[in-house]
Design a protein around this ligand. Structure first.
Ligand code: NI
Length: 379
C-alpha cells in the first residue's frame, strides 16, 4: 500500500473546501466591515465645532439639524428695506473649501463652513386700482352739501408682493372730483348760531344750559353717542329745553381714516344713542375735527344727513382764557355765522364763563341767536 500515491487525490479533495471556506469568510467579513463602515457615525467639523452625525448624512441634514452658525439672508422690499431678517436664501456652505450641494454626502474629517445666505428682494406685482375720489369745495359757509358725486379714476399700480410698497403707478382713467358746495343763508339778517360739541358732560353742559335759559338763547348741540349713553338725562334736558340736538358721531374718531363700514357705524351709533335718550332723530351731523373725504361724504349722503361745519372757531379747547374766547367768538362775526364751542371733551370752565359775554356782545351788535335748522331755513 503506497499511501502517498493514493493520498494525493485525497489531500486535493480535502484542501478545496478549506479554500472555499476561506473565501466565504473573507467575503462575509469584508461585507460586514463595509456594512459597518457605512453605518458607522461620522465625525466632522461644522463651523469650527466637532460634530458627530449618522452615516450617510448630507449637507442638507446639517441645515435641518441647525448646526450651521450662519443665518439665511434677508427678505427685502422693493425699496430695499428689510421685511424679514431671515426670509432670504439659506446660508452658503463649503465642504473642504469647495462649494457644497445640499445632497452632497459627508465624510469623516470633512470641514464644513457656512456664510450668511444671499438677500432676496420680494417680487413686484402689477394690478389695477381705483383712485380715490378727491373732494373739491366751492363757495363758502358752514353748511356743506354735495352737488356732484364724482367718479373714481383707475390706475395701474405696481407694488411689492409682500410689503405692498408702491413702486410705480400709471393713470389709466382719470376720475372726476366730488364737489361740495359750502353755503350760508343768503339773507343779510343778523342771525348767528352757537354750536357746542363733544358733550353732554355733567357739570358743564348743564351750566351752559343754565346760561342759555337765563339769556333766552337757543343753540345747537353736536353730541357724541358715547357721552349720550353715559348721560342720557342730560341729553334729554338739552332737547327738552328747545335746543337742536345734532350728531357728532359715536366716539369722535377721525372718520377719513376709517373703513366705510366703521364710518357708517360711527354715524349711526351716534344717531341711535341720541334718538334713544332724547326721542329726537338727529338730522344735522358734524364730522369729528371737521374731517371729511370722499368716503365720509358717501356715507353722509347715503344717510341723508345735513352737514354743518363752522365759520368761527373760538379755540376754547386750547383754554386761552375767558376774554380771549369771547373775543374769538365775536370779532369776525357776520350775518349767518356758525360759532364753534365745546361743552365736552375736557374741562370747559372758560367756555362756561365766556358764554354770557359772547351773548351780550353779539346781542348788543343786533344779532339774533338761532339753531342751525333755523339758520338754514332763513331766506
Ligand atoms: Ni369734536
Amino acid at each position: 500500500m503506497s499511501g502517498p500515491h493514493f493520498d494525493l487525490p485525497n489531500e486535493r479533495r480535502t484542501r478545496w473546501p478549506w479554500v472555499v471556506a476561506l473565501v466565504v469568510v473573507l467575503i462575509v467579513a469584508g461585507g460586514a466591515a463595509a456594512a459597518w463602515a457605512l453605518t458607522r457615525p461620522i465625525t466632522l467639523s461644522v463651523d469650527g465645532q466637532a460634530q458627530t452625525l449618522p452615516a450617510g448624512s448630507t449637507v442638507s441634514d446639517i441645515r435641518k439639524a441647525n448646526l450651521l452658525k450662519a443665518t439665511p439672508g434677508a427678505l427685502k422690499s422693493v425699496k430695499g428695506s428689510v421685511i424679514q431678517q431671515t426670509g432670504g436664501k439659506p446660508p452658503t456652505v463649503t465642504r473642504n473649501g469647495e462649494p457644497a450641494l445640499a445632497k452632497q454626502r459627508l465624510h469623516n474629517g470633512d470641514r464644513i463652513v457656512s456664510t450668511v445666505g444671499a438677500d432676496v428682494t420680494e417680487k413686484s406685482v402689477t394690478a389695477t386700482e381705483a383712485i380715490a375720489i378727491v373732494t373739491e369745495n366751492r363757495g363758502s359757509g358752514p353748511v356743506a352739501t354735495v352737488i356732484e358725486t364724482g367718479t373714481p379714476g383707475v390706475a395701474e399700480v405696481t407694488r411689492g408682493e409682500v410689503s405692498h410698497i408702491k413702486v410705480s403707478s400709471k393713470v389709466v382713467k382719470r376720475g372726476t372730483p366730488m364737489v361740495v358746495l359750502l353755503s350760508r343763508p343768503k339773507s343779510g339778517d343778523k342771525l348767528v348760531a352757537l354750536t357746542f360739541d363733544d358733550g353732554p358732560y355733567p357739570g358743564q353742559t348743564d351750566k351752559i344750559l343754565d346760561v342759555l335759559a337765563a339769556k333766552r338763547v337757543k343753540a345747537t348741540f353736536f353730541m357724541l353717542g358715547g357721552r349720550v349713553k353715559a348721560n342720557p338725562a342730560l341729553a334729554r334736558r338739552v332737547a327738552d329745553e328747545g335746543h337742536l340736538v345734532a350728531n357728532h358721531s359715536l366716539g369722535h374718531k377721525n372718520l377719513p381714516k376709517e373703513k366705510p363700514v366703521e364710518i357708517r357705524r360711527q354715524i349711526k351709533g351716534g344717531a341711535s344713542a341720541i334718538k334713544k335718550a332724547t326721542g329726537v332723530q338727529p338730522v344735522w351731523f358734524r364730522p369729528p375735527y371737521g374731517a371729511v373725504n370722499g368716503k365720509v361724504w358717501t356715507e353722509m349722503r347715503a344717510l341723508k344727513l345735513r352737514v354743518a361745519m363752522w365759520d368761527i372757531d373760538t379755540l376754547d379747547w386750547t383754554k386761552p382764557g375767558v376774554k380771549r374766547i369771547a373775543k374769538n367768538a365775536t370779532r369776525r362775526v357776520k350775518p349767518g355765522a356758525v360759532i364753534l364751542m365745546h361743552d365736552g371733551g375736557a374741562h370747559r370752565e372758560q367756555t362756561v364763563a365766556a358764554l354770557p359775554l359772547i351773548i351780550d356782545k353779539l346781542r348788543a351788535q343786533g344779532y339774533t341767536f338761532v339753531t342751525l335748522a333755523e339758520l338754514s331755513e332763513a331766506k
